[in-house]
Write a protein that binds this ligand. Structure first.
Ligand code: AMP
Length: 437
């Protein structure tokens, strides 16, 4: 079996991963890291939970060790773009963890908090900047950050960034990054827009695809309850009261819905908190911390807020409402069953969500079985509707367009600059030349 040592990482990084308790590289790490050490671009199809953060962070830090250099004011050597503040924060934490035995300045910038401290933090230059696209553009426009010396560019959860309408921001940012760079693009799914983005910005990338959607779904013990919308809160309460419930992430489709669930659960004595777009950044961090350290056992989240949440030991993912995009279901249930462990995913499906359930079953190529009613809920849990029943697609503003307002790839394909990186021979480390300092 491949070990981290076999992969050829620097001893300082080996020490850090050993301290983290990692014995062996995960499949994406084993497959991606050697190519990345070799200077290749990479297209990674992988979800959170596969170890993808270390897959890109470790070889990037290896570069910084191998090629040390003085930092220049306002510049960064590595730029990581992520769709949400939470994910950006977690990526930065991972970089800090893996770089603890080396000299590495890691900064995070995201919206929703004051910009002054971020401007100051970038003043002296950093090794690694993890940013959400909107705030990075603001900082670029203010002249607080310069991208002319970026050597490694990482786009994480690129499908999510496109779904959130970041395509134009991304293009503006990418236009300022040198052509002679190493580019890594990670995405949980591979819609056409991602293939186009990869075609535009990656140079002869190595492709690594881990845990196709259906296999992640297979690791999670899944079940459904058919229930009227008006009975969902009572059923949720009963599910949360089951003895094997340790830590639950409950998904609501709307911010308003998330708040309603929290209020009801708190009134019943559960320790529950919500995380969604209307919460301030300190409130979101507080909820996430309480959930991580176990003070709060139940976190109610909307899809965007929950994306990338990296909390170990989530025993249950509960779909209080079904997502209207089947891939989102797979993202949601991927929050449990992390790093090879088992997990339970329970979906509460009302009649008008039956279409979405069928859609999920089609995509994941499996039938999600009916669960036995929890004690006291026998009267509200309904029998499974006939499989022959034709279920019409619900009409509504959300439809199947995902998050709504998403701005998929539009417009012209920009030309990739002619400059080609030299690639190393197999077995040798060959990095793109560093920008002049
Ligand atoms: P990620 O997919 O990057 O969100 O990582 C998922 C989880 O796996 C994180 O909690 C990591 O700390 C953990 N992890 C990453 N690499 C390894 C490894 N080689 N062995 C054990 N755990 C790991």
């Amino acid at each position: 079996m491949t070990t981290f040592k076999d992969i050829g990482l620097n001893a300082k990084l080996l020490k850090a991963v050993t301290e983290e308790g990692y014995d062996t590289p995960t499949p994406i790490q084993a497959q991606a890291i050697p190519h990345l050490l070799d200077g290749r671009d990479l297209l990674g199809i992988a979800q959170t939970g596969t170890g993808k953060t270390a897959a890109f962070a470790l070889p990037t830090l290896d570069l910084l060790i191998e090629e040390p250099g003085a930092l220049r004011a306002k510049h960064t050597r590595v730029l990581v773009l992520a769709p949400t503040r939470e994910l950006a924060g977690q990526i930065a934490d991972s970089f800090r963890t893996y770089s603890k035995f080396m000299d590495c300045r890691v900064e995070t910038v995201f919206g929703g908090v004051g910009i002054g401290r971020q401007i100051q933090a970038l003043q002296k230059g950093v090794h690694v900047l993890v940013a959400t696209p909107g705030r990075l553009l603001d900082l670029m426009n203010q002249g607080a950050v310069k991208l002319g010396e970026v050597e490694v560019l990482i786009l994480d959860e690129a499908d999510q960034m496109l779904d959130m309408g970041f395509i134009h921001d991304l293009k503006k940012i990418l236009a300022k990054v040198p052509a002679d760079r190493q580019t890594l693009l990670f995405s949980a799914t591979m819609p056409k827009a991602i293939a186009e983005l990869a075609g535009q910005y990656l140079d002869d990338p190595v492709k690594v695809s881990i845990a196709p959607e259906s296999t992640t779904a297979e690791r999670v013990d899944q079940g459904v309850y058919h229930v009227a919308t008006s009975d969902k809160l009572d059923l949720l309460e009963a599910v949360l009261a089951t003895p094997d419930m340790d830590r639950a992430l409950v998904f609501s489709r709307t911010k308003h819905g998330a708040e309603k669930v929290v209020r009801k659960l708190m009134a019943k004595g559960f320790s529950a908190m919500a995380i969604h777009g209307n919460k301030s950044q300190p409130q979101r961090l507080k909820a996430l911390e309480a959930f991580k350290d176990g003070r709060c056992k139940i976190l109610i989240a909307t899809d965007i807020a929950a994306r990338g949440i990296d909390v170990d030991g989530i025993s249950h993912v509960i779909n209080f409402e079904m997502p209207n995009v089947p891939e989102q279901y797979v993202h949601r249930i991927g929050r449990t069953a992390r790093a090879g462990r088992a997990g339970i995913a329970v979906s509460l499906v009302a009649e008008d969500e039956l279409y979405y359930l069928r859609d999920v079953e089609k995509v994941t190529r499996q039938h999600i079985p009916l669960l036995p009613a929890p004690e006291g809920c026998e009267a509200i849990v309904r029998p499974e509707p006939s499989r022959d029943l034709r279920v019409p697609k619900p009409k509504g503003p959300a439809g199947r367009s995902g998050y709504g307002g998403g701005n998929r790839s539009q417009g012209r394909r920009p030309q990739r600059p002619a400059s080609k990186k030299p690639h190393g021979r197999p077995g040798t480390k060959h990095r793109p030349a560093r920008a002049k300092t």
